[in-house]
Design a protein around this ligand. Structure first.
Ligand code: PLP
Length: 364
């Protein structure tokens, strides 16, 4: 259904003929729209969404709200904008946002929390990216007039830079309950929440029910070309619509994008276990290669992060070398870290080819 029908560009075709086909493992953002998405985009009914009159955008927003069991949803151009909007709604300048140390919000949104929110970040480290209420609570102090005040807790599920790790539902539920008792809202950076749901074999509605707001990406493993969603209460989404406009994210005939988003939302979640199986297969293969360090049993979803120091290379050098063979990966947070992400445009044969290229690397 996916992948095989992709038309490669002339450049890609040329490169492939010399050193083998491209295996794109840098990110699941590289997924290209499926034929079904392209068709839906071409046929989408559209209107002016700033006036609230794009029927396809409205349908997507309604479906997202239904699927998450919320009152309303909002289509936003990017996940970063969705997270920043949520932060603007829940905090005021001078407060801080509590996140895990390698969280996307604190590390990979170019400091939007500071640049646009006037907030600082309170980083709580956790080796696997999964925070507990105990870890957070010990960093909270009684209110004092001269102390910075936490405005928001933001959790990330799955946790990108810690290797696609998943919150056990009881753990995220306990954080939400504890935070709410202290009057703190909790936002979910759920860029890959459908991967978490697939790993837990639960619905996204169940595992996100206690959060005050949820952002999820259509443009990652779900495969849409552009777009993310916010879901929450009527009141939250009304405010979010204003902030989206302030940030310059009010789009017009966005139905052409929402149409692909609808296909992504309805069709892709069911096939995510395949990506997870490919990631596990990749991890098991990598773990057997001398110089590479990782524990494949820790790979829960579609992200594999491993240490290559034993190969005598930094993460960046490792990636440059395999890129010459058309196998693409990125460095991770650590100097010796490498990250690979599986998705519907890489099949089992692609994973096998990536492993072959890495096995054949010269020992440094
Ligand atoms: C990709 C991602 C986002 C949002 O990214 P955009 O590129 O702005 O859409 C947010 N959080 C996490 C964890 C992500 O991986």
């Amino acid at each position: 259904m996916y992948g095989a029908t992709e038309t490669k560009t002339a450049v890609e075709g040329q490169a492939a003929s010399k050193v083998g086909p491209v295996v794109e493992l840098r990110s699941d953002t590289f997924t290209k729209p499926t034929e079904e998405m392209r068709r839906a985009m071409a046929e989408a009914e559209v209107g002016d969404d700033v006036y609230g009159e794009d029927p396809t955008v409205n349908r997507l927003q309604q479906r997202a709200a239904e699927i998450f069991g919320r009152e309303a949803g909002l289509f936003v151009p990017t996940g970063s904008m969705g997270n920043t909007i949520a932060m603007k709604i829940w905090t005021r300048p001078g407060q801080d946002v509590i996140t895990e140390e390698l969280g996307h919000i604190s590390q990979f949104e170019v400091g939007a929390f500071a640049a646009l929110g006037g907030c600082s970040s309170r980083l709580v480290p956790s080796p696997d990216g999964i925070l507990t209420w105990e870890m957070i609570e010990r960093r909270l102090r009684p209110k004092a007039y001269d102390e910075i005040e936490p405005g928001l807790i933001a959790l990330e599920n799955t946790h990108n830079m810690r290797g696609g790790t998943v919150y056990p539902q009881a753990v995220s539920d306990e954080i939400c309950d504890g935070a709410h008792q202290r009057g703190l809202p909790v936002h979910l950076d759920g860029a890959r929440i459908f991967n978490a749901a697939a790993a837990l074999e639960r619905s996204v509605r169940e595992i996100t029910g206690k959060f005050d707001s949820v952002m999820f990406c259509l443009s990652k493993a779900l495969g849409a070309p552009v777009g993310s969603m916010l879901v929450g209460s009527e009141e939250f989404i009304e405010k979010a619509r204003l902030w989206r406009k302030i940030f310059g994210g009010g789009m017009r005939q966005a139905g052409v994008l929402a149409a692909a988003g609808l296909v992504a939302l309805e069709k892709t979640p069911a096939r995510l276990p395949e990506d997870h199986a490919n990631a596990r297969f990749l991890a098991e293969g990598l773990a057997k290669i001398p110089g590479i360090m990782l524990d494949p049993s820790k790979v829960q979803t579609n992200i594999v992060i491993y240490d290559v120091q034993g190969t005598g290379r930094t993460g960046e050098q490792f990636c440059e070398e395999i890129a010459k063979q058309n196998v693409r990966a990125t460095g991770a947070a650590d100097k010796y870290g490498v990250r690979m992400v599986t998705h519907y445009d890489v099949d089992r044969a692609g994973i096998e080819r990536a492993l072959e290229v890495i096995r054949a690397m010269r020992k440094n």
